[in-house]
Ligand binder design. Structure first.
Ligand code: NAD
Length: 467
């Protein structure tokens, strides 16, 4: 169905906006286009729901565990809808639903018990963790469910209530997810709002919101932080990345090639911590390029709902344009597309999996976040050069080092300026680990107990031991 058949841009009550299937480029459904003015009532209701929700940690844990079960049970409905609006293969959507349920379970009863505090003086002090109130989450379109749950699972477990805004490119699975989760929660503990800008900026700057947790691009992150400054709400930002993979001279190329390929191309390269640049010793550079090109040539690209597809489309037209521009610029800069290098000649937002060689190191495909199925492979002469190049970026999300001698690889990984460094793989995160980018990749810490404490405030009772 063509986009133009939908009412667009009204922003009025009852207004809707079209949701496009990236595998066809055509609208297939619509979502409510909520007006920013609606936020006042929504935040008021989230505030009213807070005292009841924060009062009973055991009841909260029970409710969140029940929510996890219901999310898992709804996987057959959630996953196809996610694939339809996001583009990723169905198996990846099912994995995203499973991860969402797992995250709810992880945080449900993690708990933040009171802690005695002593500096040796005769006082008895206790630290008690308190919830913040209504908090806001704003998430992007690459992992809509997983990133939503990365926000609401710790926030709700901490006793906060939440208003969550998904990307307008992927509102539907998040709405369905929230309706499933809501069946296990009291009213107004979790509310999803959908709509186009300025809905997000007004949510970030809403005076009733006590913490804004945002995942998305660096420029929007800056705008969110500036907006939240108005009410001095706490801000957690998980932003972009330009992760490097450094291959060492003892790497077994054939052995790691599949893992390296998927670390770059999973979700069509639309992963904040995908491998976005590969540095290979000059001696084996051609072998690495060939191994990756072979996989890029043969991977099955198609609609995510087709059972054979391993790679779907890019999520939206603007992102496809960006990937195309970035690749064209690299080619104009002298790069060689060993495979791919262009849009695919078919409906939808498909870009051919692309391996680039001979890329000038200052080309934007190396220095910026391409966020698509395009991977530059750069040669290096000395290891120090590769480490310096890996760190020579404004980003600092992740990085990886690949080699047969794992201890040596780990010593190199230790030199990477980023939040997570992997050895012989890239991108896997434990639910129990802190996730924090350095430099422009983020502010604050998510994940593990740190993610829970990021949703709490310290409250100290300080009293002398003798009255
Ligand atoms: P984006 O910054 O354009 O949008 C993210 C969200 O912010 C969307 O919901 C969007 O509607 C909303 N938004 C847009 N303008 C806003 C404003 N002025 N105020 C408040 N909210 C606003 O990002 P995107 O294109 O949706 O996602 C891709 C980016 O997300 C990439 O840079 C990627 O690296 C990053 N990302 C980071 C992580 C991480 O954990 N570090 C994870 C996934 C994606």
């Amino acid at each position: 169905m063509p986009t133009s058949r939908f009412r667009r841009g009204s922003g009025s009550p009852g207004g809707r906006f079209a949701v496009v299937d990236p595998a066809t480029g055509e609208a297939f459904d619509e979502a409510p286009d909520q007006r920013p003015e609606e936020l006042d009532g929504i935040v008021d209701r989230a505030r009213a729901a807070w005292p009841g929700w924060r009062a009973d940690p055991a009841a909260r844990a029970t409710a969140l565990l029940a929510a996890a079960d219901r999310v898992e049970a709804a996987g057959e409905d959630l996953a196809p809808l996610l694939t339809r609006e996001q583009g990723k293969p169905l198996a990846e959507s099912l994995a995203e639903v499973a991860r969402t349920a797992a995250r709810l379970r992880y945080f449900a009863d993690l708990g933040a018990p009171p802690q005695p505090i002593s500096d040796g003086r005769p006082v008895s002090s206790e630290l008690r963790w308190r919830s913040l109130g209504p908090v806001a989450a704003i998430v992007p379109w690459n992992f809509p469910l997983q990133l939503a749950s990365a926000k609401f699972a710790p926030a709700l477990a901490a006793g906060n209530t939440m208003v969550l805004k998904p990307s307008p490119f992927t509102p539907l699975a998040t709405r369905l997810l929230a309706s499933v989760v809501a069946t296990a929660l009291p009213d107004d503990v979790l509310t999803v709002v959908t709509g186009r800008e300025p809905l997000g900026s007004r949510l970030a700057s809403h005076p009733g919101i006590r913490h804004v947790t945002f995942t998305g691009s660096v420029p929007t992150g800056r705008a969110v932080a500036a907006g939240a400054a108005a009410s001095l709400a706490r801000v957690t930002l998980e932003l972009g990345g330009n992760d490097a993979a450094i291959l060492l001279d003892d790497v077994d190329v054939e052995r790691v090639a599949d893992r390296l390929f998927w670390a770059a191309f999973r979700n069509c390269g639309q992963v904040c911590m995908a491998v976005k640049r590969v540095y290979a010793p000059a001696r084996i550079h051609a072998e690495v390029v060939e191994a990756l090109a072979q996989r890029a040539k043969t991977v099955v690209v198609g609609p995510g709902l087709d059972p054979g597809s391993r790679l779907g489309p890019v999520n939206n037209a603007a992102q496809l344009d960006r990937v195309e521009r970035c690749t064209a610029r690299a080619l104009a800069d002298g790069a060689r597309a060993v495979v791919g290098g262009r849009r695919m000649d078919r409906p939808g937002y498909f870009f051919a999996p692309t391996i680039l060689a001979d890329v000038p190191p200052d080309s934007p495909v190396v220095t910026e976040e391409q966020f698509g199925p395009v991977l530059p492979v750069l040669p290096y002469a000395r290891l120090d050069e590769a480490v310096a190049a890996a760190n020579d970026t404004g980003f600092g999300l992740g990085g990886s080092v690949w080699g047969t001698d794992q201890d040596r690889a780990e010593a190199v990984a230790d030199r990477l300026e980023c939040g997570t460094a992997w050895i012989n793989h890239h991108g896997e995160l434990s639910l129990a680990q802190p996730f924090a980018g350095v430099k422009e990749s983020g502010v604050g810490v998510a994940g593990g107990p740190w993610g829970l404490y990021g949703n709490l405030r310290p409250f100290v009772v300080h009293r002398p031991e003798e009255p």
